[in-house]
Design a binder for this molecule. Structure first.
Ligand code: DGL
Length: 266
């Protein structure tokens, strides 16, 4: 029997993490939930994000007994992990900005954290910087617009480069910025476009591969739950019906998902 793994994000950004996990563990049973009714999480109050994430994960777990959850969202992971671990007795893997490897690889010791407006403010992230990048000068850039640009790219393939470039304006003149942490799961999906505006940057680091290895390791010690009449199709859930879902159905089907359905959560 294959473990059932839920990926959770506010939108389609979590697919950047899902792709890495699926590449390493192709045969697991995958569920993906996007909280499109709450999108974007970037500037939402922490309590709202905690409440929504917990309710959604619990609801899915009641119907599809889960073996592991990946919170494929930095904005949520920096606040929800304690509460999820308190309420759900399964491994919960969070996605947090890859500050540690970035500080290690940077030669100039001048690095950038590109994340949502919420993530760059979090105590969790400041502690990561204190613990692992104390020898670096760390620039922080929080953007909701970039999240929306990435989400749109997944839906219809369009990227507004003018808007993207102006979001990155403040880093353009920083010549020794050699490493950028893509601290939002949406950003690996627009990495090529981001690169065009930051030619001085040698390394763009995200957490996807590290998460895939972490999931692989944790699964070694998981007692996979018995599932009766298990539907082994990979499924997508979202929290609000809108015309956008029809637009990105194709992207999801190409990634191996079969059926999409709405869940009423709140
Ligand atoms: N993909 C999410 C992250 O990693 C956030 C997107 C949003 O702001 O909703 O932070």
């Amino acid at each position: 029997m294959q473990p059932t793994i839920l990926f959770f994000d506010s939108g389609l950004g979590g697919l950047s993490v899902y792709k890495e996990v699926k590449a390493l563990l192709p045969d697991c049973h995958y569920l993906y939930c996007l909280d499109n009714a709450g999108f974007p999480y970037s500037e939402k109050p922490e309590e709202v994000i905690i409440d929504r994430t917990l309710k959604i994960c619990q609801k899915i777990n009641r119907t599809f007994p889960l073996d592991l959850i990946v919170i494929a969202c930095n904005t949520a992971s920096t606040v929800v992990l304690p509460s999820l671990r308190e309420h759900l007795a399964i491994p919960i893997v969070g996605t947090v900005p890859a500050i540690k490897p970035a500080a290690k690889i940077s030669e100039s010791k001048h690095i950038g954290l590109l994340a949502t407006k919420g993530t760059i403010k979090r105590t969790y992230v400041n502690n990561l910087i204190k613990d692992y990048a104390s020898d670096c000068n760390v620039e922080k850039l929080g953007s909701t617009v970039l999240v929306e640009i990435a989400e749109k790219k997944l839906r219809n393939g369009e990227v507004d480069l003018l808007q993207l470039g102006s979001e990155l304006e403040q880093w353009k003149g920083i010549d020794d910025l050699d490493t950028v942490v893509l601290g939002c799961t949406h950003f690996p999906l627009i990495k090529d476009e981001i690169k065009q505006f930051l030619p001085q940057v040698n390394y763009f680091i995200d957490s996807g591969k590290a998460i895939a290895l972490r999931v692989q390791n944790l699964l070694k010690n998981v007692n996979i739950k018995e599932k009766q009449n298990q539907n082994i199709e990979n499924l997508v859930f979202y929290t609000k019906n809108s015309q956008h879902e029809a637009q990105f159905e194709n992207a999801l089907y190409q990634l191996g998902f079969k059926t999409m359905s709405v869940i009423n959560v709140i």
